[in-house]
Design a protein around this ligand. Structure first.
Ligand code: M6R
Length: 367
């Protein structure tokens, strides 16, 4: 059942290219750039009057929501708020019928997220969900659904569900941009093509990156603390990397926006706490490089993940993992992979129960 893999988590990491393909399949016309989301049931009219989108989720699904905020605001021009469901359900909300609530959940059963959408619905909001489990409670209660079609996810640590949530959210962004006529069809078509192509890119990098990480972990697996940093769309990917490491290896890890380091966390830097930095050659590349040079100047130990051919990074890193260049807004899909594999290999090296980490349940159906 693990198809020759030692753990479900590793199998599911390797299923990610297929998960992207399944999520995107048949939903974008690569000649015209038209996006179709039939189960969404909210057409152009309903979406045209929306003034704000409220994204609600927990854990890894919340990280997907944070990435989507960057995408939706950039391409569809709609203000987006992102809430952790356990906060959303109890804080005072400015939600009404002009706000669209989008719940993101692998299981469709997470108690806080469910309570969040029920509350939003009572306030008059239309509710949609991005969900992996067909027929789950959330999909039954929402006005519309975008299924991720990642296939069953057994490992408690979410991997392929996250990647397919990102793919679904990127599609949803293109759909919003289409109904609101925010970007030209040709740009939508190109972005859709690049989303589809990201599956092949991941397929190619997986074995190579896994092998490289396997040779690196001996010097990291015994660390007590880890920092993950990134900027822009990759800031949530730093949060996700830190969560993955915490969950399955029990190493204390934190994710930060790289520009935030100087406001406190830089005081922690020493040789005992490796910093994994996501540094693709994107719009905020120079800014991120200055942030990591500050870590370097304080003798920090740097694992960099950057763009193939970026030789400058080699001069400042202790370890470097190169990834192919893709459209900068699709980097979150690619840059998630090394952090998943690093967490996995470290957890295995520490003898942890990767698929069933202590104290955790696959689906959190109680408050
Ligand atoms: O099923 P959901 O997506 O609603 O679950 C949300 C979180 O419980 C989940 O993502 C959790 O954080 C994972 N264990 C992360 O790997």
């Amino acid at each position: 059942e693990k198809a020759g893999f030692k753990h479900f988590m590793l199998k599911e990491i390797f299923e990610q290219p297929q998960a992207i393909t399944n999520t995107v399949s048949g939903r974008i016309n690569l000649e015209t750039g038209e996006v179709v989301l039939p189960e969404l049931t909210l057409g152009a009219d309903a979406l045209a009057t929306i003034e704000r989108i409220s994204l609600v989720a927990c854990g890894t699904s919340w990280h997907a929501a944070l990435v989507a905020k960057y995408w939706i605001e950039k391409y569809a021009g709609i203000p987006v708020e992102v809430d952790i469901a356990s906060e959303f359900r109890y804080r005072s909300l400015l939600v009404n019928d002009r706000v669209l609530t989008l719940a993101i959940s692998q299981s469709g059963e997470t108690a806080d997220t469910l309570a969040g959408i029920r509350r939003a619905a009572r306030l008059g909001s239309r509710v949609i969900t991005i969900c992996n489990v067909v027929g789950s409670t959330m999909t039954r209660e929402a006005d519309g659904t975008i299924y991720t079609h990642a296939g069953p996810e057994i490992g408690v640590a979410s991997t392929k569900a996250f990647i397919s949530q990102l793919a679904a959210l990127f599609l949803f962004t293109l759909y919003l941009a289409q109904v609101r006529q925010a970007i030209p069809a040709e740009q939508r078509r190109r972005l859709g093509q690049q989303l589809i192509d990201s599956a092949r890119v991941i397929e190619q990098l997986l074995p190579r990156v896994r092998e490289q990480i396997g040779t690196m972990i001996e010097s990291f697996y015994a660390c007590r603390d880890f920092l993950f940093v990134g900027r822009g769309v990759n800031f949530p990917i730093a949060l996700e990397g830190a969560l993955k490491l915490k969950e399955i290896s029990y190493i204390h890890a934190e994710g930060y926006a790289a520009g935030e380091l100087k406001h406190g966390p830089i005081a922690l830097i020493d040789r005992d706490m490796p910093v994994l930095a996501i540094v693709p050659q994107d719009a905020v590349y120079q800014k991120t490089v200055s942030n990591i040079e500050e870590i370097k100047a304080r003798q920090g130990r740097l694992i960099l993940i950057g763009t193939e051919g970026d030789t400058h990074l080699r001069t400042i890193s202790d370890d470097i993992i190169y990834l192919p260049e893709v459209h900068e807004d699709l980097n979150p899909l690619i840059y998630t992979i090394p952090a998943q594999l690093l967490s996995y290999e470290i957890a295995v090296r520490r003898g942890c129960d990767v698929d069933q980490p202590r104290n955790l349940a696959k689906s959190v159906t109680v408050e």
